[in-house]
Design a protein around this ligand. Structure first.
Ligand SMILES: [Zn+2]
Ligand SMILES: [Zn+2]
Length: 310
């Protein structure tokens, strides 16, 4: 998965060339923004510990984390970037609003980066290749720019740009993100008199934790875990990552079958986003759910087993 805190301009496709430290430039806007987010998160913890603790504010933070997870995993990732299913307009707008609340760039930028990640997994044009190191894959790629890759390639998402809502969300990304991610929960918390607490907890702390959770898909789930479906890629099935992202941790399966609306296929594996999408399909808000045939999945597993036995 991708997940950057600010948008960047469209740029032509990059040409393969190894990035060395001298090719890297600080992305000052992202560095300052993330520094602010982490300090405000610390202030949120201190606020709850020393100033005012209210269960309503904590519950609001958890709820907004969950809604952001659905917006990113169900919307940005599986529906928009991979087109693993189609959404009816109300669900698409829900995803656009709460995806923005997660503060991981517009759906167009996020999807363009993510399509590049799948197209170039483990090669030099992967925007957050694990071969550049754990920290680079986690957040290094967000606070430093490669000279040979000045921004996401929006040519990759022309299909999405034609759908109502995407251009609007891209153009007004920052006001939407601030209103949906910070102002709305703070106004809700006025009901119990904790406006500032909600800004710090449901706004800053929730955003920061969810950014790191999403980045774990790019770092942890490309480093630690099993590879039951393909040994040719670094992506791994990671329960820990699944638990903090709403089910995005079964990353070896996902890279092997990226068009599948599921990340996990076993009933006991934790993929609530899959259950959410399935439920949406039953009430008419999602359709065309793509499933990889059981035979194809079994063949991939057998191929790995055979290679291990050889
Ligand atoms: Zn993906
Ligand atoms: Zn990946």
């Amino acid at each position: 998965m991708s997940g950057a805190p600010s948008s960047a301009p469209s740029a032509p496709a990059s040409t393969p060339s190894p990035a060395s430290p001298s090719d890297l430039q600080w992305n000052r806007a992202n560095l300052i923004g993330l520094g602010f987010l982490h300090l405000a998160s610390l202030a949120g913890i201190l606020w709850m510990a020393l100033v005012q603790f209210h269960w309503g504010t904590l519950a609001l933070g958890v709820l907004w984390y969950g809604l952001g997870c659905v917006g990113i995993t169900g919307g940005y990732h599986r529906s928009f970037a991979h087109k693993a299913y189609d959404t009816a307009a109300p669900l698409r707008w829900f995803y656009l609003l709460f995806g923005a609340a997660a503060m991981q760039t517009s759906a167009l930028v996020w999807s363009a980066d993510h399509r590049d990640h799948h197209r170039h997994t483990d090669d030099d044009d992967d925007p957050h290749s694990i071969l550049e190191g754990f920290f680079w894959a986690h957040m290094g790629w967000i606070i430093r720019n490669r000279a040979d890759r000045p921004g996401p390639n929006l040519d990759r998402v022309q299909d999405l740009a034609r759908i109502p809502g995407f251009q609007w969300q891209h153009r007004y990304y920052w006001p939407i993100a601030i209103v949906m991610g910070w102002v709305v929960p703070a106004l809700i918390a006025l009901a119990w008199g904790d406006f500032m607490g909600a800004l710090l907890v449901a706004g800053a702390l929730r955003t920061t934790l969810m950014l790191h959770a999403t980045w774990c898909v790019n770092s942890v789930a490309h480093t630690i875990g099993s590879r039951p479906y393909s040994r040719a890629i670094s992506a791994r099935d990671s329960l820990l990552t699944a638990l903090i992202t709403g089910g995005e941790g079964y990353h070896n399966f996902h890279h092997r079958f990226p068009g599948d609306y599921r990340n996990a296929i076993r009933w006991w594996q934790y993929d609530p986003t899959k259950w959410f999408i399935w439920t949406m399909s039953k009430v008419g808000l999602a359709r065309g759910l793509q499933r990889t045939p059981v035979k194809v999945i079994a063949a991939a597993r057998q191929q790995v087993r055979s290679a291990d036995a050889a």
